[in-house]
Each structure stands twice: as structure tokens, then as C-alpha cells.
Design a protein around this ligand. Sequence first.
Ligand SMILES: CC(C)(COP(=O)(O)OP(=O)(O)OC[C@H]1O[C@@H](n2cnc3c(N)ncnc32)[C@H](O)[C@@H]1OP(=O)(O)O)[C@@H](O)C(=O)NCCC(=O)NCCS
Length: 169
Amino acid sequence: MRLPLIETERLYLRELIIADKKELMKVLSNPESIKFYPNSFSEEKVENWIQWNIENYKKYKHGLWAVILKEGDMFIGDCGITMQDIDGETVPEIGFHIILEYCNRGYATEAALACKEYAFKVLNYPKIFSYTRIRNIPSQKVAKKIGLQFYKYFEKNGEKQIAQVVSKD
Ligand SMILES: CC(C)(COP(=O)(O)OP(=O)(O)OC[C@H]1O[C@@H](n2cnc3c(N)ncnc32)[C@H](O)[C@@H]1OP(=O)(O)O)[C@@H](O)C(=O)NCCC(=O)NCCS
């Protein structure tokens, strides 16, 4: 059992482990959840995703973490900070993926708000970004609810993306 890194009222966040693959597939491999991505993830891609985050923890001291609902100790998705290329700049970015049956209860917002505070207070980043395809309104809403504002539109993977940002001060 991994120790929680971040705790909120209803959630805790801990490092992902390979054994989370089946639970994480409930979001990343669900075509309905992942409808704004080009394809849902194969089992191998989800395993690579977890491995990428395990490397991120070592390299940057952050990555996407497992989001666990305290009530029932349920794995409900991932949320955290990874380094991403936004229009040629490599920046810390907050990302989140929540299993469909747990969506629209404010869990992504609660986890992302705690990650934003962690990025500023623990990791000492001056700015934190989020980006998504412009069609992904729920993702933009979560970023806005935690205080991020419009930064720019840009192209990535042949699709129009929107980036949002907030500064520490
Ligand atoms: C984006 C995501 C993480 C949000 O998770 P969540 O736990 O449902 O988020 P919250 O409940 O905190 O907030 C969701 C917001 O989106 C809104 N929303 C949900 N579906 C919507 C829709 N179809 N159209 C408009 N708004 C929508 C909700 O009403 C809520 O906003 P509100 O509080 O202003 O009403 C979740 O939808 C998800 O995992 N999507 C798939 C993965 C993904 O695209 N991740 C982002 C990658 S960039």
C-alpha cells in the first residue's frame, strides 16, 4: 500500500503502480470516457502510461497520481502534474481522468485544486497550465473552476487545442 501524497476532504492521491492497470483501463480504455482522444487506450498503452508516470515520479518528483475515493477506498481515476509541450514551451500541466460513473461529482476539481496547491507550495512552480482539445468542455470547466484562465489556442496532433494557465501570485 502506497502512502497518500495528497489528501483532500473526500480523496487521497498516491503514486500509480502497475497493479492499477485494470482500474485505470476503466477510464482510459473506455471509448465513451475518452471520446475527445483519437482512440481509447489498449491494455499495453495503459501499462506504458503507468510506467511513464513511475519514471516521472523519479525524474520530476511528480506525475499523474492515482485518485482514491476515501469512502470505500475506491480507485476512481488519475490526476496530477506532468511536463507537457504547449506550443513549443515545456511546462508543468495538470491533467485528470475520472471513471465515468464517478464523473460530475466534483472529484476532478477537488483533486486538481489540491494538485495546483502542491505545484505551487511543494514543487515551487511559478505557473501551472492545463490544455485540452477545444471540444473537451468538461476539462476546460475543471481548469476554470480551479482558477486557470485562457492562455492560447494552438495545434497539437493535428487538432486545435486550448491552453489555460494560472500564476502562483
Ligand atoms: C474531464 C473530467 C476529468 C472531469 O471530471 P469530473 O470529476 O466529472 O469533474 P467535475 O465534476 O469536477 O467537473 C465537471 C464539470 O464539467 C461539466 N460537464 C460535464 N459534462 C459536460 C458536458 N457534456 N457539457 C458541458 N459541461 C459538462 C460539469 O457540469 C462540471 O461543471 P460545473 O461544476 O460547472 O457544473 C472527466 O470528464 C473525464 O475524465 N473525462 C475523460 C478524460 C479527459 O478528457 N480528461 C481531460 C484530459 S485533457
